[in-house]
Design a protein around this ligand. Sequence first.
Ligand code: BES
Ligand code: MN
Ligand code: ZN
Length: 502
Amino acid sequence: MKVRAEVGDITRLSVGAVVINLFEGVKQPGGATGAMDRALDGAITRLIASGEIKGKKGEIIRIHTLGKVPPERVLVVGLGKQEEFSQDTVRYVSGEVSRFLRDIGVSRAATVTHGAGIGGLAPQAAAQALTEGALLGLYRFTKYKSRDEEEKEPEELVLVEMDRSKLPALEEGIARGTVLAEATALCRDMVNEPSNEMTPSRMAEIARGIAQEEGLEISVLERSECEAMGMGAYMGVARGSHEPPKFIVLRYWGDRDNPSNGLALVGKGITFDSGGISLKPAEGMGEMKGDMAGGASALAAVKVLVKLRARVNVTAIVPATENMPGGSAQKPGDIRRAMNGKSIEVDNTDAEGRLVLADAMCYARRLGMRNIVDIATLTGAIRIALGEYRTGVFGNNQPLIDRLLRVGQSTGERMWQLPMDPEYKEQIRSQVADIKNTGGRAAGSITGALFIGEFAEDTPWAHLDIAATAWTDKEKGWQVKGATGVPVRTLVALALDLAEKK
Ligand code: BES
Ligand code: MN
Ligand code: ZN
């Protein structure tokens, strides 16, 4: 679907549907909703009075106009309570509306820019959120379906605005929203792809493709090079698989005048996590094809930053490999050394994410990165702690964490900080090595984060545990079943924030 903006009067357009909105509790709507109500001789206010239109968040009421006005239908979408309204409400309702349009087979629709009126959002921010929601809400992963049994996607959604002076802001918002939604879809595609296709080699090819298209620097380290660099932790994980590991480094130089102003996005790239010798149970193991979601989000975020010409240097680092129980696989009790010389007791081969990240963190530090953010489907325990609505944030630098929490508020990819008190470190102390890769059931996400922190050392670092947010089995707002694309938009927002306020 294409989203664009146009100056015009929403009551006079010949389209399949016009989308207007209503806050919960409003009895006499103003703005475009009021105008449409008058054009329909008070039909909307009557439906509000009778209780059929309530304005609850995501509610969509369809009114057939039967020739009274040029649009064939009017959809009144509820924005919920005004005091709970935010940019993310726009994204949410926009996702619901776009699927509704698809379901009822409308190919051209027009809409007001939800939130830009009494919602109080800046027109650009509202248009961006609307675009992101509409495009992400329509996302489907259908490439392996032989027959196209699904409804056709709407062709066009037009943001209609009376005031010509607002048009440039709307267009800028649409352009940004489109770029972000496309990159998020790329991330979703990579995560939804089965592991027989989305191998480490395929991830490297995708990264090469981005580099070629956008003119970026890329290097892909092979097994022998990683061995030679002393990446013992990462290589330990890769031993169990025949699939060649690929250590992907994709670099965007958006601020060459400040070469030291670098942000590293270190993304876990386990293309399949069987657990290794500490094999996972069969049930639900297929979901582990998505264990490279962190890596996919890092690559996708870089792609957006180039397109937006962000004035910041960003390097995506993705240690990609399978975690398999092959004949040469590492075994519980093995001791391996990471690139910084620290020895690690591999107590459980299923705690592989922190192992591959350990070396990737060391590598980021060698590149002299000022800030490091790692993104990982790291622990099942994060679902127990936070459920699927918030990503867990950890780190050694409160200003960096605060930035993430703040930008996550506007992207709607909500996060919550968890503690890292030194007492928890006791749990990952090893009898035989410098550190152990498991810390028991208690505070599993925290001990995972503390492990990674050992390799961040004194570099400002934040860790995002997306194990419960990268994937969903619900269709709600801008999310659909399968990969969510979290936290691509937040990584982009963070980098843009770092570019603006150095
Ligand atoms: N990839 C998993 C974490 C995961 C679980 C992601 C569920 C998505 C959904 C990770 O590698 C893992 O296996 N973690 C272990 C760590 C434990 C052995 C210390 C876990 O959470 O059980
Ligand atoms: Mn695992
Ligand atoms: Zn894993």
